[in-house]
Design a protein around this ligand. Structure first.
Ligand code: ADP
Ligand code: MG
Length: 265
């Protein structure tokens, strides 16, 4: 089978003074963060401090909630993804998302799950191109060897960890420039978690990755940069401290960061 290699260039993502509301409830307050190209940025912090909301703002999913409002800018390689000239589908194509709970189309075959991602691109591809893409995406997601002999079986028949890697493969088929992952391992066992972490390490040379995780060891293992979010005493979520992961873990500037990363929260 022909291998199709990724053809997109690496892009940095930047949130500038991002604030968010659900109705009158302000949940994020002027969050500014640069997520460098070709690196893994981890968003860490206690539950309810707005990490998932921030992630959803980064690919324009937040605006789908009727009560949601937003201020600030999100720049993909310097271009505002919320500019009037940019369509929702452009953000969806360029910035993929993997969720906490693996959500492949369960009745659809493994093959068709990967190919389903292509619909977003609107591209017409030949059968052999599709075959090449399926192999390439499943390989990059670390799943090819396990499923190559059963591509026609339903995605829902795979284990949880395999389903999550299938979801990563489906996202990769769109050739995104950024991959957002919202606690992608929290529903998985330790072995599957390790496999996903290895995949993240391999993918970051071709796609910018932003991962939300509540697992500090995982943040330390997989990320190059970390941003610590906090929403204290009912205040909206904000970033207390952000920087290289080694600095956040070894020489944090704020006592709250130190307490959080060392499990004293
Ligand atoms: P985290 O991912 O850090 O746990 P979230 O971004 O999920 O935090 O939530 C931040 C705040 O926004 C919380 O107070 C949560 O209750 C609220 N929130 C999240 N989603 C919605 C929604 N769809 N409607 C109303 N409030 C929401
Ligand atoms: Mg969350």
């Amino acid at each position: 089978m022909q291998r199709t290699s990724p053809s997109t260039s690496l892009a940095a993502l930047e949130g500038r003074a991002v604030s968010a509301w659900f109705g009158s409830h302000k949940v994020l307050d002027r969050v500014s963060l640069t997520m460098p190209a070709g690196a893994v940025t981890a968003l860490i912090g206690p539950s309810g401090c707005g990490k998932s909301t921030f992630l959803r703002i980064l690919n324009r999913m937040h605006e789908l909630v009727p009560s949601a409002a937003l201020a600030g800018e999100v720049l993909l390689d310097g271009e505002d993804i919320y500019a009037p000239s940019r369509r929702l589908i452009d953000a969806r194509r360029e910035i993929g998302m993997v969720f906490q709970k693996p959500n492949p189309f369960p009745a659809m075959s493994i093959y068709d799950n990967v190919v389903a991602g292509l619909k977003l691109t609107g591209k017409r591809v030949s059968r052999s191109e599709k075959d090449g893409l399926v192999e390439s995406c499943l390989s990059r997601a670390g799943l090819w060897k396990e499923v190559k002999d059963r591509l026609r079986q339903p995605g829902g028949g795979l284990s949880g960890g395999q389903q999550q890697r299938l979801c990563i493969a489906r996202s990769l088929a769109v050739m995104p420039r950024v991959l957002l992952m919202d606690e992608p391992c929290s529903a998985l066992d330790p072995t599957s978690t390790r496999r996903i972490e290895e995949t993240i390490g391999e993918l970051k040379s071709e796609v910018t990755i932003v991962i939300v995780t509540h697992n500090m060891q995982q943040a330390a293992r997989v990320s190059d940069f970390c941003a610590f979010f906090l929403a204290e005493q009912g205040t909206p979520g904000h970033i207390v401290e952000a920087g290289p992961t080694t600095a956040i873990f070894e020489t944090p500037q704020d006592a709250r960061t130190s307490d959080y990363v060392h499990g004293r929260f």
